[in-house]
Ligand binder design. Structure first.
Ligand SMILES: *Cc1c(COP(=O)(O)O)cnc(C)c1O
Length: 494
């Protein structure tokens, strides 16, 4: 069946999945959705017998139907190979009576690799149709930038430019970006905050004279934002693969429901679980776990989404988000594709910062979604408890999920907590949670101390940074960012 995409806010403009992936966001500001989602179910018995690659090929083939089988197979083989440090890609390991789904075995040690190793390959194939070169431009508060750099490095027809706030990312995060290899990458610190960088990137995207100059050089700017269909769809694979692993371990028999608990920020990861359910996976509950920025917890409990609140900086920074963009897609599916109502709510969110859903829609949402949140103190206590009682070392994002999951009854179902980052990515906070005073210690000192304390090896991707040469020393003013992007395009695509 052919999959076509249109905006969550109107069905006027219909595009193929390749076009949706190249565009990223729809022209009216909505997110691309596909009405065929759920029409074709994957056969569970087949899934249970497949490895990660085979499941990924079936998921992508089903949801991105204008890619040929050969194109999909090439993308899957390239995205999930020796760049992951285990052939299982996303292994399942026990914790308490539950399971951890380890999503952090990619090149940057966080779950965004699963999607960002795939998206550039999907874009590279999609652009063959028009031949234009694509320069990805991203502002990052630390993690996404590195995952985008690793994903796009040396992918034909693409380049990637990343801006981070100089002096405001951790020393490890800084080195991860500043040591990046690849002939098509550009990295610069900017004098200012993450918000300054983000604002300036949006200005560059909106600048018609920049676009015109780049068009002459056969180049177009794009973003690798988590609302891109090409980032969402690859995440569906690991829900199905987790189920296949549970079947093979004898923990479930075909058809048994499984609960998933997901540390959530922009709602992309947990939404992929809902897509898996629509594709036929027996999902019981999807538990949305938040940190102190608990907009989603309040929303699922009350039906009112209210972003008008203080933004909190927590020890799970990748979940410090007040507007969870991908929620818009869930609203579309819960209203059976009522673009007008979705557009209305998103309009209210933009102008007033708040909207309220009717009870029938909320009832439907709560049939699948549950919620909860953890404070920093609860998150640290969970890290300590998991280590002391089970010798399992988890990162703060995973700990938010584990803390929330532990408040629910299993009701006879197997339960999977998504583990979104390697604990060494957040060595200082993990070490502090285990009771060490980290005052005055830099990132590498914390890494060493954590290794000594736990005996768990730090991943080579992180420990190797100590001796890696810095290739990108640039720091620029906000006013220079636009020139920096144009210079990168000239260098990469000449
Ligand atoms: C991005 C991120 C999340 C949140 O995922 P969303 O898809 O934005 O909900 C959780 N944990 C880590 C480590 C992340 O990098």
């Amino acid at each position: 069946m052919e999959t076509l995409y249109h905006s969550t806010r109107s069905s006027d403009e219909v595009v193929t999945s390749k076009q949706a992936i190249l565009a990223g966001i729809a022209r009216d500001g909505g997110l691309y959705v596909c009405d065929q989602l759920g029409a074709t179910k994957l056969d569970l018995a087949t899934v249970a017998g497949q490895d990660y690659h085979a499941i990924a090929r079936d998921v992508l083939g089903t949801l991105l139907s204008d890619y040929t089988a050969d194109e999909i197979a090439g993308c899957v083989a390239g995205a999930y190979g020796s760049n992951f440090d285990t052939p299982q890609i996303t292994p399942l390991t026990p914790i308490s009576a539950d399971w951890l789904l380890e999503l952090y075995h990619g090149p940057t040690c966080a779950f965004k690799d699963v999607a960002l190793q795939m998206l550039p390959r999907l874009m590279s194939v999609a652009r063959e149709g028009d031949g234009r070169n694509i320069m990805i431009v991203t502002a990052t508060s630390g993690d996404t930038g590195k995952a985008a750099l690793e994903g796009f490095a040396d992918v034909p027809g693409t380049g990637v430019t990343v801006f981070y706030p100089d002096g405001k990312v951790s020393d490890i995060q800084h080195l991860q970006m500043a040591t990046q290899h690849g002939a098509n990458v550009a990295v610069a610190g900017i004098r200012g905050t993450f918000d300054d960088a983000q604002t300036q990137v949006k200005n560059i995207f909106a600048d018609k004279t920049v676009a015109a100059r780049l068009a002459e050089a056969n180049c177009v700017l794009s973003s690798a934002n988590s609302i891109n269909v090409g980032r969402l769809v690859p995440q569906v694979t690991y829900y199905l693969d987790a189920y296949a692993q549970l079947v093979r371990r004898g923990a479930v028999t075909l058809g048994d429901e499984v609960d998933f608990c997901v540390p959530t920020g922009n709602f992309g990861d947990v939404l992929a679980g809902y897509y898996a359910k629509l594709l036929g996976l027996p999902v019981g509950r999807l538990i949305v776990a938040s940190n102190t920025n608990k907009v989603l917890t309040d929303f699922i409990q009350t039906g009112t989404y209210d972003r008008r609140r203080e933004f909190a900086k927590t020890i799970s920074p990748s979940m410090d988000i007040l507007v969870s963009s991908n929620l818009e897609r869930l609203l579309y599916y819960l209203t059976d594709g009522d673009c007008e109502r979705v557009a209305g709510w998103m309009g209210q969110l933009a102008t007033e910062g708040v909207y309220t859903l009717p009870t029938d829609v909320m009832d439907r949402l709560r049939e699948t979604f549950a919620c909860g949140y953890a404070t920093d103190a609860e998150t640290s206590a969970t890290i300590r408890n998991a280590w002391e009682s089970e010798q399992v070392l988890i990162d703060p994002h995973t700990a938010v999920g584990k803390c929330v999951l532990d408040r629910f009854e299993a009701d006879g179902r197997q339960r999977v907590c998504l583990s979104t980052a390697n604990p060494y990515k957040f060595s200082a906070d993990v070490l502090a949670a285990l009771g060490t005073d980290t005052a005055g210690m830099d990132g590498f000192a914390c890494m060493d101390a954590l290794q000594q304390l736990t005996g768990v090896a730090a991943p080579a991707q992180l420990s190797g940074l100590r001796t890696a040469p810095v290739l990108h020393p640039d720091v620029c003013d906000q006013a220079q960012m636009s020139d920096f992007v144009e210079a990168a395009c000239a260098r990469v695509f000449s």
